[in-house]
Design a protein around this ligand. Structure first.
Ligand SMILES: C[S@@+](CC[C@H](N)C(=O)[O-])C[C@H]1O[C@@H](n2cnc3c(N)ncnc32)[C@H](O)[C@@H]1O
Length: 282
C-alpha cells in the first residue's frame, strides 16, 4: 500500500526534527547488505545496476560505494527530500531517482538489474498485488541477479517475551532498549486484534489504539506512552509467516534467510531474504 499521506507525514516529521527515522535500516542490517554486495561484486564484477525499492539512502550508498549504478524508486517524492540528510556518499552522478511504482518499473529494461535492495519495502505491497510485484521483479532481473530484502515477519513460534506484560517488564528492568520495546508492541503484542490473516495486513492504527487503551487503563506511564506515540502511524503492512514468505520468494530463485538484527532481541520479527535468480528465461 503506497499510503502517500502516511509517508508524507513521516517525511514532514523527519524534515522538521532532522532526526533519523526509526524505520531506517540499523547499522547491523547495513553491514549484512554491504557484505552480500561485496561478495556479489567479487563474483560478478562491479558496474551493474542496483535498484533500491524506496528512498532508503543507506542502501543506495552501499551500492554506489561498491561501484554500481543506482536507481532509487519511491512513489513519494517527499521521502527523497527527507532522506537527503542521511546520504553519505558525496558523488551521486551514477544515481538516478525515480518517482514511480515498484509494480511497474517501466524505466528499467528486462533483465537490467543485477541487484535489488529493499528494507521492509515489500511489506508495503498488498497481498493481492504480490504476484504482480514478484513478476515485475523477475522481469527486471536476470539469472544470477541478487535480491536482498529485509522483511517484517510473523515469528515462526509464539514469543511470550514479546507479549505486552513481558515486554513492558523487560523494558522497565532495562533488559531491552526502547527500540525493542516499541518493536515488540508494534509487530507482535497486539497481533490478535491488529493482524488480518486473510489480507495479511498488520494495521498500525489498531496497534496504536491498543497502546492508547493500555495507557488509559494505567498500564503505561506518561513517558512510555509519549515515547510510543512518537512512532504512531496508520501504516498497513503486509506481513507473512516464514513458510508463505519463502514460498513467494522461491518463485524468483534460491532463497536464503538471515535472522536480521542478531544483536536485537526482537530479531524474530525481521528477516533478510537473499534471493539468487536462478532460472534461465525461455
Ligand atoms: C521502503 S518502505 C520502508 C522505509 C525504509 N525502511 C526506509 O528507511 O526508507 C517505505 C516507502 O515505500 C514507498 N512505497 C510503498 N509502496 C510503494 C510502491 N508500490 N511503489 C513505490 N514506492 C512505494 C513509500 O512511499 C515509502 O516512502
Amino acid at each position: 500500500m503506497k499510503q502517500p499521506d502516511v509517508w508524507a507525514q513521516f517525511a514532514r516529521t523527519i524534515m522538521t526534527t532532522g532526526k533519523r527515522p526509526h524505520f531506517a535500516p540499523s547499522e547491523e542490517i547495513v553491514v549484512i547488505m554491504r557484505e552480500r554486495l561485496a561478495a556479489f561484486v567479487a563474483e560478478r564484477g562491479s558496474g551493474c545496476l542496483a535498484v533500491i525499492l524506496g528512498a532508503t539512502p543507506e542502501l543506495a550508498d552501499i551500492a554506489l560505494a561498491a561501484g554500481c549504478r543506482v536507481v532509487r524508486i519511491d512513489s513519494n517524492p517527499a521521502m527523497f527530500e527527507a532522506a537527503a540528510g542521511r546520504q553519505a556518499v558525496a558523488d551521486r552522478t551514477r544515481e538516478t531517482i525515480l518517482i514511480g511504482d515498484w509494480l511497474r518499473m517501466e524505466e528499467i529494461r528486462d533483465g537490467e538489474a543485477g541487484i535489488v535492495f529493499g528494507d521492509s519495502s515489500l511489506n508495503n505491497v498488498r497481498h493481492g498485488d504480490m504476484s504482480q510485484q514478484l513478476a515485475e521483479l523477475a522481469r527486471i532481473t536476470r539469472p544470477g541477479s541478487m535480491l536482498a530484502l529485509r522483511q517484517i515477519m510473523l515469528p515462526e513460534q509464539p514469543q511470550p517475551d514479546y507479549d505486552f506484560a513481558a515486554a513492558l517488564a523487560a523494558f522497565r528492568a532495562g533488559r531491552i532498549t526502547a527500540d525493542d520495546f516499541h518493536r515488540r508492541l508494534r509487530f507482535y503484542a497486539f497481533n490478535a486484534g491488529a493482524y488480518d490473516p486473510v489480507l495479511r495486513i498488520l494495521d498500525a492504527s489498531r496497534v496504536f489504539a491498543e497502546i492508547r487503551r493500555k495507557h488509559e487503563e494505567g498500564s503505561l506511564t506518561e513517558d512510555e506512552f509519549a515515547f510510543l506515540m512518537t512512532r504512531r502511524s496508520e501504516i498497513r503492512h503486509t506481513v507473512y509467516g516464514m513458510a508463505e514468505q519463502q514460498r513467494l520468494f522461491k518463485s524468483l530463485g534460491t532463497c536464503e534467510t538471515i535472522p536480521a538484527g542478531l544483536a536485537d532481541s526482537a530479531r524474530d520479527l525481521f528477516k533478510i531474504f537473499v534471493i539468487r535468480v536462478g532460472q534461465e528465461r525461455p
